[in-house]
Design a protein around this ligand. Structure first.
Ligand code: SAM
Ligand code: SF4
Length: 459
């Protein structure tokens, strides 16, 4: 180990370890933080204990996610002491992401081991901030959170790690669901200009990326400026991206039902590169709870919306988000949610127990639901979703579907890829197909995956 230390240091390299919590937008931000730091000589490392800089890219959405950060800081503090004791040099500990944004001052007080706190809008300033955070001088720093033009200042070059990539096109949220911290941690809805996104997408395609997922807290509210300065839409952006050579698959997430315009629904019929999979959170199937959540849609409008989407593209599979145990949720309200799930038939879904977030309107609502009751509801809901998920996958057995192979499997020549509906597909003798989209016959189901066979004459 000491040999590695001296070799990398003699080359002017420093080791960077990033731990990412939460959503795909954080995954994107972590990759971009690595891009920002690469010119300073930072190379990625899987080993926090040897890192010169550890970045925790945090999530504030639920209490558990936020609390994890403090226990991780405790572990890192011990690793740092060990590293310094064995002459491995200093370790800077930085907290980025939404906990940094929401609780910056509290982190500085509660966790003296942290050297630097940087919110999601300020990470393009990391080189300057790190230079100013000199642990030797005992200086600690909290970046100011002025939301200046982060995307204008990020390096245009991105390192890619395979044929799929995330691309953030929109940030923030103006919806103010009563349970959610996002409007407070990520700020108002804001979209990147179309030309900047096109440039990033072209560069990704040039590096072999075949599938991009457009990201935004409310991605379908995208209204970035086009060349003439006029507001564009997500459907127009997707149409333009579909014209990029090599970019064969486009996805977008996460959408709000109220921003699902007719043009975007039509895009699912007209643009073959747009994958037939839509993540469209509903949160609850009870109109009473939806009102209390300030979702601004009803169960009927959601079900009707899905009918229109499926009419445009019958192959489309639905995914969603659900919260159980929201204040004042009765057995009947929960049953309404189960009933909605039965009607929609999801191919997958994320479900959460309501978590009380300080400062959100729901935190002060009467009728907070007993934890045990919420646990039972979550279990029942997840069992139903698993049933539907398995049924959807079972329907694929015997079908030949396009798979984008993106990594090697455990066995020597096994390849793992992605179905159009985001399943992992395993196939023997497919490791040489990484980066390619090939037809695969589905022959069996795994718990979270599909088993496929290559169609020999087509490969
Ligand atoms: N913008 C998306 C939407 O409108 O649904 C979702 C963004 S949020 C990062 C992801 C999911 O976290 C939400 O859809 C919701 O189900 C869940 N979530 C947000 N706040 C929560 C809370 N306080 N407790 C439990 N789950 C929560
Ligand atoms: Fe949160 Fe609602 Fe905005 Fe989604 S739409 S990010 S759940 S406030």
């Amino acid at each position: 180990m000491s040999e590695t230390v001296s070799t990398s240091q003699s080359l002017g390299q420093k080791r960077l370890h990033i731990k990412t919590y939460g959503c795909q937008m954080n995954v994107y931000d972590s990759e971009r933080m690595a891009d920002v730091l690469r010119p300073l000589g930072y190379v990625m490392s899987d080993a926090p204990e040897d890192a010169d800089l550890v970045l925790l890219n945090t999530c504030h959405i639920r209490e558990k996610a936020a609390e994890k950060v403090y226990s991780e800081i405790g572990r890192l503090k011990e690793m740092r002491e060990d590293k310094e004791a064995r002459g491995g040099g200093r370790m800077t500990i930085a907290v980025a992401g939404c906990v940094a944004q929401a609780e910056g001052a509290e982190i500085m007080n509660r966790a003296p081991a942290v050297d630097l706190v940087v919110g999601p809008q300020a990470y393009h300033q990391l080189p300057e901030l790190i230079a100013r955070t000199t642990r030797a001088r005992g200086e600690r720093l909290m970046a100011d959170f002025a939301a200046d033009e982060k995307f204008d200042k990020l390096p245009v070059e991105r390192e890619v790690s395979g044929p799929t990539a995330f691309l953030t096109v929109q940030e923030g949220c103006d919806k103010f669901c009563t349970f959610c911290v996002v409007p407070y941690t990520r700020g108002a809805e804001w979209s990147r200009p179309v030309a900047q996104i096109m440039d990033e997408a072209r560069r990704l395609a040039d590096k072999g990326v075949r599938e991009i997922t457009l990201l935004g807290q409310n991605v379908n509210a995208f209204n970035g400026a086009d060349k003439s300065g006029a507001e564009s839409t997500l459907s127009r952006l997707i149409e333009a991206l579909a014209g990029i050579n090599g970019l064969d698959r486009i996805r977008y997430t996460t959408s709000h039902p109220n921003d699902m315009g007719d043009d975007l629904i039509q895009a699912h019929a007209d643009i073959p590169q747009l994958m037939p999979y839509l993540h469209l959170p509903v949160q609850s199937g009870s109109n009473k709870i939806l009102r209390a959540m300030n979702r601004k849609h009803t169960r009927e409008s959601y079900i009707e919306l899905i009918a229109r989407i499926k009419a445009a593209n019958p192959d489309i599979a639905m995914s969603g988000d659900f919260i159980v145990g929201f204040p004042d949720e009765t057995d009947k309200d929960f049953e309404d949610t189960m009933d909605l799930i039965r009607q929609v038939e999801y191919a997958s879904a994320f479900s959460f127990k309501y978590s009380k977030r300080p400062g959100t309107p729901a935190a002060a609502m009467p009728g907070q639901v007993d934890d045990k009751v919420a646990d039972e509801r979550l279990k029942a809901l997840q069992a139903l979703i698993i049933e539907q998920q398995q049924a959807f996958k079972a329907g694929l057995i015997g079908r030949t579907i396009d798979v984008l192979f993106d990594k090697r499997g455990r066995h020597n020549e096994q390849g793992i890829g992605r179905s159009p509906w985001l399943h992992s597909v395993f196939a023997e003798d497919a490791a040489h197909l990484i980066g390619q989209i090939v037809p695969v016959k589905i022959v069996a189901l795994g718990n979270n995956s599909l088993q496929g066979e290559l169609i020999k004459e087509l490969v």
